[in-house]
Design a protein around this ligand. Structure first.
Ligand code: HEM
Length: 418
């Protein structure tokens, strides 16, 4: 793929939904131009979700080095003011969506500490076993179909079942959890939220419903703890403190949001890339274990499932010669950093042996680096190991149906045959 610089600098509008509907090559061309000519550039804000407050705009940070510098200074570029979304989130929304990703220390460190210590060796072992079982289960289910929608049949149920299994959510609730998490990350796509719906209302409702389910599960696990993450979380203590019901519920919503769509899209983009570049597929299939460690990193760089995260300046500061003022919003465009020609030789080449590969697909260095990176790497590896083994001829047969979003690099449907 070669980026096409069809837009003049002044015509690039990262806030416009039309920009995100452009062909990928043109979108990449725009980011290439921004990195070269205006790596820290101000854009007007729009209400991505009608009803959310529209601020004074944001600075788009598009170079790898600048994203690293900002990520490393969480006390100056924080996550809690108004949230890490482009528009500030109102207080009542933060109740459901206010978990650690939207916090700063000391609250962030406290919550992350409780969660980290809940990943006991026993919880981890169960989780790793589950990844293997679920991968086999979803692939065996499609084996005789001959053709299917790869997203709805494989890459979507796979991480969902793993996260629900890890929390010991009853299987009868999986469809409910999927429907609610699709609403939360839909960016208002009409496939998941009918046109004309009050989006804030729909997001609040989905959050409240998931929250209710989790409070019940948490209460049950307090009385009957098992070897699952929910039990570990509700019984964990850090400095004599336990998680509240609200913290448990919003952490679960974060896990669903952060762990589902991301892994789903990494796997879907990887399959598309493997079909577009058969030499890379042949290389990996020929020596799976040797290539897997670098392949997984390249897949996350290539897919960049999370397009951006926001930071907000807590005080005046200078980055790359640019003067930021307290309150300025900085949007860290990970997709752009992951194609930065200053860091990645031939950045538009899908190269499963790329090494080194300092991508920021899991976020920049700092306290918010993806908590699930280890699990995600394992999920991607196991899925492709089993896929090559069980359905080696699986290939894409049509165009992907993309999610209408400037936040999640999502694919809703992808026809495949085998
Ligand atoms: C390929 C898959 C994944 C990608 C691309 C990804 C990406 C990211 C990114 C970019 C961040 C940084 C947020 C920030 O800097 O503000 C993040 C944080 C996080 N991720 Fe992931 N993620 C993936 C898989 C997962 C999985 C499987 C889980 C858990 C089941 C998970 C849980 C989290 C959590 C809890 C955070 C917040 C950490 C914090 O704020 O301290 N992620 N992820």
């Amino acid at each position: 793929m070669k980026p096409q610089e069809t837009l003049a600098l002044d015509a690039i509008d990262l806030s416009s939904p039309d920009f995100w509907a452009l062909p990928i090559a043109e979108r990449e061309g725009a980011f290439q131009k921004l990195r070269r000519e205006a790596p820290i550039r101000h854009f007007k804000e729009i209400d991505y979700i009608p009803g959310l407050p529209v601020g004074e705009g944001y600075y788009a940070i598009t170079r790898h080095a600048d994203i690293l510098e900002i990520s490393r200074q969480p006390e100056i570029f924080c996550s809690s003011r108004g949230a890490t979304t482009m528009n500030d989130l109102p207080q009542d929304m933060l109740e459901f969506y206010g978990s650690m990703i939207n916090m700063d220390d000391p609250r962030h460190a406290r919550l992350r500490g409780i969660v980290s210590q809940s990943f006991t060796p026993r919880v981890m072992q169960n989780l790793m076993d589950d990844v293997q079982h679920v991968a086999v289960e979803v692939l065996e289910r499609i084996r005789d179909m001959g053709a299917c929608d790869f997203v709805t049949e494989v890459s979507q149920p796979f991480p969902l079942k793993i996260i629900c299994g890890m929390m010991d959510v009853p299987e009868s609730q999986y469809a409910f959890v999927l429907a609610k998490s699709n609403i939360i990350l839909s960016s208002g796509d009409p496939e998941f939220i009918p046109e004309g719906t009050d989006l804030i209302q729909a997001f609040m409702m989905a959050g409240a419903e998931l929250s209710g389910m989790m409070s019940e599960l948490g209460a049950h696990k307090r009385r009957h703890p098992g070897h699952d993450l929910t039990s570990a979380l509700v019984t964990a203590e850090l400095d004599g403190e336990r998680l509240t019901d609200q913290e448990l519920a919003s952490f679960f919503i974060l896990l669903l949001a952060a762990g589902n769509e991301t892994t789903r899209n990494a796997i879907t983009h990887a399959l598309m890339a493997l079909c577009t570049y058969p030499d890379q597929r042949a290389l990996w299939a020929a020596d799976f274990e040797a290539i897997a460690p670098t392949a997984v990193e390249e897949i996350v760089r290539w897919a960049t499932p999370v397009i951006f995260m926001r930071r907000t300046a807590t005080r005046d500061a200078v980055v790359a010669g640019h003067q930021f003022h307290a309150g300025d919003k900085c949007i860290l465009f990970y997709n752009s950093a992951n194609r930065d020609e200053r860091v990645f030789p031939d950045p538009y080449r899908f190269d499963l042996r790329r090494d080194p590969n300092f991508h920021v697909g899991f976020g920049g260095p700092g306290p918010h680096f993806c908590l699930g990176a280890h699990l995600a790497r394992r999920e991607i590896t196991v899925m492709f190991r089993e896929l090559f083994k069980r359905l080696p001829g699986l290939h894409v047969t049509g165009e992907p149906d993309r999610l209408r979003s400037g936040f999640i690099n999502g694919i809703k449907h992808l026809p495949v045959a085998f």
